[in-house]
Structures are given as C-alpha cells and as structure tokens.
Design a protein around this ligand. Structure first.
Ligand code: 0RA
Length: 417
C-alpha cells in the first residue's frame, strides 16, 4: 500500500480551489451573465444533469422546488452520483464532480455528453457561485451527504443512514456576491424550460413546486407523446390543415433523431430545433438536412400526383414551409455548438444523417396519408402563387414609380406633363 502523498494532495486541492475561484472572478465566462439569465443558468445546469441521467435510461422523475428561503432543490431518481473514493486521489467522486471544473457527471464511455454544450458547464460552476450547496445521494444502500460554502467542502462525504432506492438531490442558494442584481427565480421562465424538457424527453416526469410567497404553486409535466405533444401545444391556437401530426424517430449508432410537424393555415413558419435538449436558435446542420429533404419530398409528391405539371417550376422551400410548425430534436454524442450565441449545431455528419433518414420516411408518410398530403401540397401551391403575385405587384409598382419620378432623361422632362 502506498502512503498518501501530502504534497501532491495539496497541489490538487489548490488547483481545485483556483478553478472555482476563476469561476467566481469571471462568472460571465461560464454562465454568460450575472443577471437573471445567468442566475437561471444555475437551475438549467443542475436540471440538465438529471435529464442526462434520464436520457441514459436511469431516471424517470425530476422534482424542482423553489424554496421559501431563495434556494432551489433539484431531486432525481437516477443512480445517484457515485460517492466512492477515486483509487489514486482518494477523493470521493461526488466531491470531485462538485469541485472540479468540467468534471461533469459523465465519466462513462457511451453516455451522451450534453456537457460542453450551452449550459454544460458542470455542476461545479453552480457550486462555485452558490453561497451554500448541499448534495444528498442515495446509493449503495445509504444516504450520503456533503455540504459546501462558496464552493468549499465543509467536511468529507458523510454516511447519514441506511436508505433504499437511489437518486441525487442538489440544493443550492445562489450567491448574492455574484448575483448582486437579483437572486430571485422567475416562475414562468422555469415553467417553460421544464415543460420544454418534458416535451423533449417523452415519458420523463417533471414536477415544479414553488414554495415562495403566500400561495404555493405546483405544476406537473409528463408527455407520453413527446414532440407530438410539443407540436399540439404550439398549434393550440392555430388552425391545422391535417389531423395527424407527422412524426418520425430514428436511432443510429451514434445519433438520435426525432421530428414532429403539422401544417396550419398560418402564414408563419415555426421551426424549433434542439440538439441534446438545447434550443439551437441559430439553426445548424440538423435544420439544413430537414429543409432539404422536406423540399424534395413535397416536390416529388406533387409531381407524382400531377398536382405540379411538367411545365411548372419546383415549389420553393419557403413556399413549402409556410404555415408549418415543426420540432426537430437530435441527440449527438459530441455536439459542436457554433455561432454568436453558441446555439448553431455544426456537426456536418448530422446534415446528411437527418436528410437521408427523412428521405426514407417522409415520402412514405405522404403516400400513406395521401389525402392530407394533397391538402399540404395545395397550401404550398397557394403560397407559391401568392408569392409570385406579390412579386409581380411589387415590380409593377416599382416601374410605375420609376415613370412618375423625376428621373426622366433631361431632354424629355418637358414632355412628361
Ligand atoms: C456518473 C455516473 C453515475 C451517475 C451519475 C454520473 C449521475 C450524475 C448526476 C447528476 C445529477 N443526477 C445524477 N445522477 C447520476 C453512475 C454510475 C453507476 O452507477 O454505475
């Protein structure tokens, strides 16, 4: 047996504290801002970790509680963060996860690494920016606990008592030193994100309880239909063109794809896309593959059914997407987030994955629901005609105003009246 080496232990300890100190010095680097957005990032980070555990197939229920004293509690029924000591460092895995930058929950090969994404900064960042944090773990037959103040462990992981079932509970109080503007969580903001998470992870049960204020509030989210329910929700106040919501899911060796969509009588296009549960506001390769395949499938169907004649030009992507509500969700092993706000998916292999998968599934759906497909195509043709008419009207107006303007050549000015 080798004796613990005090000097290297100290060195590691110092590195850890320096890491969390760096987060406290420049919190914006890790959570974007120290305003309300950054504050809510703390919640998303802890919830994301629990959702990861659900995505890995080990967690079915997450409870988020906004405590009366300003704290937030996130409880899941996953496997529980491991508490045993690392062979070399002799430090509990739990302590490491909570005090080491970028040591997310994901040690295992094969697990989805949502970490590295937008709010995948690791729960240690939450710890660094909390005046207090308590981790309670049930696994290996016991309840284990460790507390932190400003990120610093207040003793080792404690074995509290025997306990059954497994899970992780993280309770934290955001530090007023960092969040000097406000430490107050916004109920509606948390409602919409948790609802979105529940849509994106079908069958996952999420409960939000607000224990602040006079009237306690509570909301449960559980969507058996996943993205189908998401599209229903988005189209609740719109007028759908067809009854069936188009839905596909597909799993490959290293990615997953889920798409739901429905056309409405609206003139707007609503396409939401997600990569590893993160809203990719700036789009990216998954959206590109989706658009390309959809344009191809609708045009081919319209020609096959002779709705578009040989002489007619193809329908444009824009015409096809008028009035559509679609949600695209991909799960990718190593997501690359690009763009101004890091919300654009960059993985090139995902473009062809989505395109190829949809190329197989979309024509089949259109064939099997030919009546509904015709109504969709009719709407696209109407959109195309309207756009063409608008273009002609615009041209006419331009020509007219050109004639009326003073821009007539000099020697013709006298003739213009
Ligand atoms: C790594 C390994 C294992 C669980 C987790 C991470 C885990 C992390 C979080 C964060 C919030 N809730 C969580 N639940 C689980 C388990 C490895 C094993 O048991 O074999």
């Amino acid at each position: 047996m080798t004796a613990p080496n005090p000097s290297s232990y100290d060195a590691g300890d110092i590195t850890v504290l320096e890491g969390l100190e760096a987060v406290r010095r420049r919190p914006g680097m890790y959570i974007g801002s120290t305003g309300p957005r950054g504050l809510h990032h703390l919640v998303w980070e802890v919830v994301d970790n629990a959702v990861d555990e659900a995505m890995a197939g080990f967690c079915t229920r997450i409870e988020v509680t906004l405590l009366a004293d300003g704290g937030v509690r996130v409880k899941d029924n996953g496997r529980g963060i491991p508490v045993d000591n690392h062979k070399k460092t002799k430090v509990s895995a739990l302590t490491t996860v909570l005090t080491t930058l970028h040591a997310g929950g994901k040690f295992e090969q094969g697990a989805y690494t949502v970490s590295g994404g937008l709010h995948g900064v690791g729960v240690s960042v939450v710890n660094a920016l909390s005046s207090r944090l308590v981790a309670e773990i049930v696994r290996d037959g016991h309840l284990w606990e460790q507390s932190f103040i400003e990120g610093r462990p207040q003793g080792k992981v404690k074995k509290v008592r025997p306990a059954r079932r497994t899970g992780t509970t993280i309770t934290f109080w955001p530090s007023e030193k960092t969040f000097s503007e406000t430490t107050e969580f916004h109920y509606d903001t948390i409602v919409s994100r948790l609802r979105e998470m529940a849509f994106l992870n079908k069958g996952l049960e999420i409960r939000l309880s607000d224990e602040r204020g006079e009237e306690k509030r509570e909301k449960d989210f559980l969507y058996k239909g996943g993205l189908i329910d998401f599209v229903k929700h988005l189209n609740a106040k719109r007028d759908p063109l067809h009854a069936h919501i188009i839905y596909f899911d597909h799993e490959s060796d290293d990615s997953e794809l889920e798409i739901a969509m429905q056309w409405t009588s609206s003139y707007n296009e609503t396409v939401l896309s997600f990569a590893n549960n993160i809203n990719t506001h700036e789009g990216g390769t998954h959206e590109e593959g989706f658009r390309k395949s959809m344009t191809k499938a609708i045009n081919e169907f319209a020609r096959a059914k002779n709705i578009l004649k040989e002489k007619d030009p193809n329908l444009s992507g824009e015409d096809i997407r008028e009035g559509v509500t679609a949600v695209i969700s991909v799960k990718v092993r190593q997501p690359q987030f690009e763009g101004q706000t890091k919300t654009k998916l960059g993985n090139t292999e995902i473009r062809s994955y989505v395109e190829k998968t949809l190329n197989q599934m979309l024509p089949e759906w259109l064939e099997r629901h030919a009546g509904e497909a015709r109504r969709i195509v009719d709407k696209c043709i109407t959109a195309s005609k309207a756009r063409e008419a608008a273009r002609k009207a615009r041209e006419l107006t331009r020509r007219k105003s050109l004639l009326e303007s003073t821009s007539l050549p000099g020697k013709l000015v006298d003739c213009s009246s």
